[in-house]
Design a protein around this ligand. Structure first.
Ligand SMILES: Nc1ncnc2c1ncn2[C@@H]1O[C@H](COP(=O)(O)OP(=O)(O)O)[C@@H](O)[C@H]1O
Ligand SMILES: O=C(CO)[C@@H](O)[C@H](O)COP(=O)(O)O
Length: 505
């Protein structure tokens, strides 16, 4: 009897790493999870040591393999939080903790980069992207200015999923999707922007020579290093796919590989994205013009404050995420006038890297824990719903695939359905980043090509909706949410007048 092939999809998110062991027939064989620490400083620094991700990968893979230690794992795909800067010396050793996608300490450096090359319009014309604080590029300039000794030691620059691929295979590689979030990669031509890197390193060539080799998202990075295969208990011929950014892998895992599909993720960040056959061009920088990891593009809007705000709020009131359900049931849309701008650590969209949170409209009749929870969920939601409008370019939302930790909340799903008028669907595989990474591993191993297939064919085979979680809009609530969203926008413009008139709000 031949053993069925299996694939590992691993998602290194901000709060933790998840592993999914999937049999080729679609059966889930196991899952694992390991939490990450995060270094947070009041100046906006958000950092993690890349070696923590390796430890979390080992723990989560061990848990996923626990009940099938002899699974015939043919391929691995790694999905990773985007934009983090991993810097390595000539021995491939980590020089300092990685500054993450939600680090706002580098806002001054981002401003310098924008200005030096002529502002947002000029960036779009010349490079196809407007860098926002959080993208990798400002972290490089920050390192040069603030830690010159560390900068001088840099020989390799990698993103989080690329670092894990290096650990697995020994190979330094990048693929288009995640590379397109660096700010030094032109998403139109799919080439590195040497000019920007040369300005940062003063023309020494240090940074260009530190770039990993680019491969297509269909290519593999290589085979597991034998000692790593032994440590993880995996076959020596197991292939490591290119992997990619967590949003690109989330797209594969939600069937977002053709035009018209919309995915929203409520993780530490909230994101909304929709596959396109042509590059996006948004001169404001609100819509990130990223490449997809399926041959096209993935315009995306990201806010920096989502389930991190949920976690901190429920902890503050000595509760758990279960508190969301009664709070949303027992309070009306608009939270009786309580508005929360949830910018705990600055914001990317709207472009307010130095912003902090604001509670407005506190009164005797809304000063309750349940109102606070509703105002928090509404604040997080209304921010990303403004992004949904940008992604849809004026079209009405019909159906949205909802993923990430927040998708677990039935009342939050209903709020999104009522506020948008769209049907909110949740994929049967909640860990869409893991599924997307496993799908990519299957692709790299020829599981689709063998059938003359494509990512679309694999998505058709493996992506399912969990109908029991579908939320349909209640028209009775639409006007209430319209008013609540207007109140949120008014509060935003009041607090941050520079956002008035911006399309991201
Ligand atoms: N039932 C729930 N309702 C609302 N939020 C939830 C629920 N379950 C988990 N979460 C939130 O989701 C978070 C994890 O989201 P996740 O998408 O895994 O984040 P990341 O990928 O950034 O690590 C948790 O920390 C928690 O705040
Ligand atoms: O910065 C972005 C997208 O541009 C974030 O979406 C990160 O990719 C982090 O993702 P999560 O940890 O929230 O899943």
């Amino acid at each position: 009897m031949t053993t069925a092939s299996a694939f590992l999809g691993i998602d290194c998110g901000t709060q933790g790493t998840k592993a999914l062991l999937l049999q080729q027939d679609g059966k889930t064989l196991g899952r694992g999870y390991a939490k990450h620490d995060i270094i947070e400083r009041a100046n906006g620094a958000r950092e993690q040591d890349p070696r923590w991700w390796v430890d979390a990968l080992k723990t989560s893979v061990a848990a996923a393999m626990a009940s099938h230690p002899n699974a015939a794992v043919q391929g691995i795909g790694i999905s990773g939080q985007q934009h983090g800067l991993v810097v390595l010396d000539e021995a491939n050793e980590v020089i300092r903790p990685a500054k993450l996608w939600n680090d706002t300490e580098t806002a001054p450096q981002n401003e310098k980069l924008l200005t030096h090359f002529g502002g947002p319009e000029a960036w779009i014309e010349r490079f196809g992207i407007v860098p926002r604080t959080g993208y990798t590029v400002s972290k490089l300039l920050w390192l040069k200015e603030v830690e010159p000794q560390n900068f001088a030691r840099v020989r390799h620059i990698l993103l989080p999923h690329e670092y894990l691929n290096l650990w697995l295979t020994g190979n330094l590689r990048a693929e288009y999707g995640d590379a397109s979030g660096t700010g030094y990669f032109d998403p139109r031509s799919r080439k590195w922007i040497a000019e920007v890197l040369q300005w940062i390193d003063g023309g020494s060539g240090q940074l260009v020579s530190a770039l990993p080799q680019l491969i297509t998202p269909e290519d593999a990075v290589g085979k597991l290093r034998p000692e790593i295969a032994d440590e993880l208990g995996l076959p020596h011929d197991c292939l490591v796919a290119s992997g990619g950014g967590d949003n690109m892998m989330g797209a594969l895992g939600t069937g977002n590989v053709k035009q018209g599909v919309v995915t929203m993720s409520l993780g530490t960040s909230s994101t909304v994205y929709s596959y396109r056959d042509a590059p996006a061009e948004d001169r404001s920088g609100n819509v990130a013009p990223f490449c997809s990891s399926s041959g096209g593009w993935l315009p995306l809007v990201c806010t920096m404050n989502a389930t991190n705000v949920v976690t901190q709020t429920v902890e503050l009131i000595g509760s758990t995420v279960a508190a969301l359900e009664p709070a949303l049931q027992n309070t009306p849309p608009g939270a009786d006038g309580l508005v929360w701008l949830p910018f705990l650590n600055g914001e990317r969209t709207p472009d307010l890297p130095s912003a902090r949170g604001t509670l407005l409209g506190v009164s005797a009749n809304n000063y309750t824990q349940q109102h606070l929870i509703r105002a928090m969920v509404e604040g997080v939601s209304f921010g990303i719903l403004a992004g949904l409008e940008l992604i849809l370019q004026g079209a009405a939302a019909q159906t949205v695939q909802l993923i990430g930790g927040g998708a677990k909340s039935a009342e939050w799903r209903q709020l999104l359905a009522d506020a948008t008028g769209a049907t909110i669907q949740v994929p049967a595989e909640e860990e869409a980043g893991c599924l997307g990474a496993a799908i990519q591993a299957m692709y790299a191993c020829g599981c689709a090509a063998g059938d003359g297939g494509s990512f679309q064919e694999l998505a058709d085979r493996y992506v399912r909706v969990d109908d029991s979680k579908t939320a349909r809009p209640n028209p009775a609530n639409r006007d209430l949410y319209r008013a609540a969203m207007r109140a949120y926008q008014d509060a935003l413009h009041h607090q941050y007048p520079e956002t008035a008139g911006s399309s991201a709000t």
